[in-house]
Design a protein. Structure first.
Length: 448
């Protein structure tokens, strides 16, 4: 088992250094000045940076430290020289009926000149302050948001570093990293583009991911769509050696985790969708996040239909013979397709599935199935084997009373698929069709 190496920020050990350090403001021109004058210059320089962004800033906001209780949140901020700030968001903790609705709220901000700079939002703001409020608001999950504790969010932030495009902050009380990034589009466009990206790489059908480093060490993200997910060495929780919780914020290009983490010696913090859209890669390309689409193909219970245009002559002949056998059972039946998936008959099986319909109404009647042995020897591969021990479901048993050859025909068809295949999906995050290229044995086919 590969152990998960977590790079956690130790509040007591690091906070003094964070307060006293600012990467942006280490300017030799300030070293000859008094501490008070130097911090004044640093404050003005940061304010100039904050107000300079024409589209404002995306605030990638996290609550607390420790075990992630909440997902990350995309907030938005536009600063003015007058210390006025407009914040916006569409998160689920907005109040007064605004949950999940785009909302803007104006308040003030301050540059507190303590041992280092602190960006403070000390006046109530409908977008930010619910994360800080120590009192829950009724609709919030009581097992997470507790009166007197709240969500462990921050509204005062130690300035850790900055450059022309980003400012790294640390919550003064709870120490979560909060990042300001210059926004490159309107806020509502950013939200829409982020939602589109999130929906393209996560969904309710595929929500588990391989995390693979350059040495092919493999761990898993489980439940990424929720924005608060497990980072584990085994998807079977009863066998896992290590399970950790991570939160992330989604972006128009991928997602960023709440803190830097690693898989063995390879660190990651932000993932971006690869150009070929097969995976997401970290900053240096040494860690990939790959949807477990291959498991989805192998385990999905819906019927994937084989593309008849790719049938061999022998497969076409068997298809026609199976159709003729179905008509022996019921003259109004026709074979619609042969596929792989789960039959609907009593005692249903996962394997080769016949789908047939009634000619008069052209509506699907039922399915009948023959179990196949399927396993995945490597990522993106599947091995199919049909044996004499493979069971048939009740629907096929019923058909056999009149169509006595249908089982042997189905076994002959299945035997043509025996082999190991490389699978190539049309979409690596939610396939709707998959090409099966024979590696050894079998014959190339396609499922839709």
């Amino acid at each position: 088992m590969k152990k998960i190496q977590l790079y956690r920020f130790m509040l007591l050990a690091m906070l003094p250094a964070l307060v006293l350090t600012s990467c942006r403001f280490e300017d030799d021109d300030y070293f000859g000045e008094s501490a008070a004058l130097r911090i004044e210059h640093e404050s003005q320089e940061l304010q100039n940076l904050l107000v300079s962004a024409p589209n404002g800033w995306v605030m990638q906001y996290f609550c607390g430290t420790g075990v992630a209780q909440f997902e990350g949140f995309n907030l938005f901020a536009r600063f003015e020289d007058s210390n006025k700030v407009t914040l916006a968001g569409n998160h689920r903790f907005l109040r007064d009926g605004n949950q999940n609705k785009y909302t803007e709220a104006t308040s003030v901000y301050e540059m507190l000149k303590e041992d280092g700079l602190v960006l403070a939002f000390n006046v109530w703001n409908d977008v930010l302050t619910p994360f800080v409020d120590p009192v829950s608001y009724g609709y919030a999950p009581r097992n997470i948001v507790k009166d007197g504790v709240g969500m462990e969010g921050d509204h005062n932030f130690v300035v850790v570093s900055s450059n022309e495009d980003e400012v790294i902050l640390r919550g003064e009380r709870h120490s979560a990293e909060v990042r300001l990034v210059k926004c490159d589009r309107s806020w509502e466009d950013y939200i829409a583009d982020t939602d589109e990206l999130k929906n393209s790489i996560t969904n309710t059908s595929i929500n588990d991911y391989y995390v693979v480093n350059a040495d092919n060490d493999t761990l898993y993200f489980q439940g990424l769509r929720n924005g608060r997910f497990l980072y584990t060495d085994n998807l079977d929780k009863t066998k896992s050696v290590k399970v950790d919780s991570l939160a992330c914020v989604f972006t128009p290009n991928g997602f960023r985790t709440e803190r830097e983490d690693s898989i063995e010696a390879y660190k990651f913090h932000e993932f971006t969708l690869a150009e070929d859209k097969t995976c997401l890669t970290n900053e240096d390309g040494n860690v990939k996040v790959i949807a477990r689409w291959d498991a989805y193909i192998a385990n999905h219970t819906a019927v994937w239909k084989m593309d008849p245009s790719l049938f061999t002559a022998e497969q076409t002949s068997l298809f026609n013979q199976i159709d003729a056998e179905l008509k022996k059972n019921n003259a109004n039946w026709s074979l619609e397709s042969i596929g792989i998936g789960k039959s609907t008959g009593s005692g249903s099986v996962i394997g080769l599935v016949l789908t047939f319909y009634t000619n008069t109404a052209k509506t699907r009647t039922n399915t009948a199935g023959l179990a196949l042995t399927m396993n995945r020897p490597e990522y993106g591969q599947i091995a199919i084997n049909c044996t004499t021990e493979d069971k048939i479901d009740k629907n096929m048993e019923t058909i056999l009373k009149k169509a006595t050859d249908i089982e042997s025909l189905c076994r002959s068809f299945a035997a043509l698929l025996n082999g190991t295949y490389q699978m190539t999906p049309d979409d690596y995050f939610l396939p709707t069709s998959v090409q099966f290229e024979a590696i050894s044995g079998g014959t190339t086919f396609k499922l839709n």
